[in-house]
Design a protein around this ligand. Structure first.
Ligand code: SF4
Length: 232
């Protein structure tokens, strides 16, 4: 987004401490290019989207769930104490929304995790429809992948099929979908073709035990090479 000052928004580079930012504090301020400055003009468009009942209720429940993930909020001044793992957050949010049928779109590399997540969701009262990334067993060559571009060169290899996953869950009429470990890019296609809104239980990081932020936590100590322009 280009801001009213003609600069691209770059909240990631914001130099202000959190308690002086206009997006956090009504009396706060923002640097050049701040997308909150002049936001009132844009709010008409945003507001019209939030007036759609389904969007408004979804956003309202998501905000309520956000706060419900912290304990002891009645104590002022409040010292944050989160108490819920993400899977519980998903369960509680889905109950708040009145969802009954959950879709689970998972990676074949996390089949056991998918089984356990299904066990948890069922125990919490949901009807679960799950579908693996390789659904359909469609060969990679059908989308133009050469043999030398496969993981196992010289062997048959099924493509990940996020569009197929979305179609299976769309047909099942899931109320809400959960992604578990889909690859970069496959996840984006799933989001595009899923009819139900989708959240993420976990993202895939093959190297870091599905904790992609570990590379950022160790960027200065062990991974400064990631700051070089070529990472391959
Ligand atoms: S103050 Fe402005 S630039 Fe800084 S984080 Fe908030 S919205 Fe972004």
């Amino acid at each position: 987004m280009t801001t009213s000052s003609g600069r691209r928004a770059s909240c990631a580079d914001c130099p202000l401490p959190a308690d002086r930012r206009i997006c956090r504090m009504p009396e706060g301020t923002g640097p050049k290019g701040c997308p909150s400055i002049g936001f009132g003009d844009r709010y008409k468009q945003v507001e019209s989207i939030y007036t759609r009942p389904e969007v408004r209720e979804y956003a309202r429940q998501a905000s309520i769930q956000e706060a419900a993930c912290y304990a002891g909020r009645e104590v002022v001044p409040y010292v944050k104490r989160p108490v819920k793992p993400r899977i519980q957050e998903i369960v509680e949010f889905a109950h708040r929304m009145g969802y009954e049928r959950l879709g689970l779109a998972f990676c074949s590399g996390l089949h056991e995790e998918a089984r356990l997540a299904t066990e948890v969701f069922r125990a919490q009262g949901f009807d679960v429809v799950s579908v693996v990334c390789k659904v359909g067993g469609v060969p990679k060559k059908s989308i133009g992948v050469r043999d030398d571009e496969k993981i196992n060169i010289g062997s048959p290899e099924a493509m990940c099929n996020p569009v197929g996953q979305a179609m299976v869950l769309n047909e099942a009429g899931t109320d809400f979908n959960v992604v578990l470990g889909l690859c970069v890019g496959h996840d984006a296609l799933f989001f595009k073709f899923s009819e139900a809104l989708t959240t993420v239980l976990a993202v895939k990081d093959r190297l870091l035990g599905h904790n992609p932020l570990a590379i950022l936590y160790t960027l200065d100590s062990y991974h400064p090479w990631m700051r070089k322009s070529s990472t391959t």
